[in-house]
Design a protein around this ligand. Sequence first.
Ligand code: GLN
Length: 285
Amino acid sequence: MQIKEYRTQFIEILSSIYGKDEAESFFYLILKEKQQLSRVDLALRPDLVFTAEELLVWNSILEQLKLEVPIQYLLGKTSFYGLDFEVNENVLIPRPETEELVDWIIQYQKLKDESQKIKILDIGTGSGCIAISLAKNIPNAQVFALDVSEKALATAQKNAELNNVNITFIHQSILETEDLGQQFDIIVSNPPYVRNLEKVEIKKNVLDYEPHLALFVEDNDALIFYKKIAELALKNLTSPGQLYFEINQYLGKEMVDLLERMNFKNVELRKDIYGNDRIMKADFR
Ligand code: GLN
């Protein structure tokens, strides 16, 4: 079958779910990944055809896209802060909001003495996107990454190798940790923060396919991870040290109150690209 003809069908079928632009962008993403062909290649060679084998692969991807399986899981990869990451159903797909958190840390560290070795801990690392992009961009940092999920850690480990960085991985439940056993200059976390009551707002591609372990918290204890991590930060941050969080957009005020009550200084809340309260920094002295 001619690729060009297949393209028309593919986009038509998926347009009803995703809209034409996104359907088209999926087509070219898969074309690049599976056939190593660009949009220009196809325009220059309109007679290109799929083999029977290739067609099977494309049809299987198409079926899964119809079920709204995220394209990143189907291709097994995504990009974050300009780096490539493997992803699968055991880890959350890295989000642009999280890139802003990483950028905040990197820019802040650039203002500091870069000859001084520092230690950074990422709690709930998932794919490893925060830890790895920090390790890549803060040369004087020794980075540690913790997760309760062994499968997530295996993915993060692969991603560290893929990106050529050295990270110390820790398999541990943060909720069951009383002391981290060492001091860190920076603790960062994007823990689960979506309340069950917010499930109605969550899109099918997220709700049906991304790991709930990484997403959801109980309505009546939505800040459970933040409370625990902030308590540990009081014991295990150097003085001065920084705590960074990605947070639930509806709980900005509660988060500022929590950290100020616990005596963190310069508690700062920033909005994400969509204008929602999303990322925080606080100093410990
Ligand atoms: N931002 C993610 C979402 O909206 C949630 C991430 C998290 O719970 N840490 O799907």
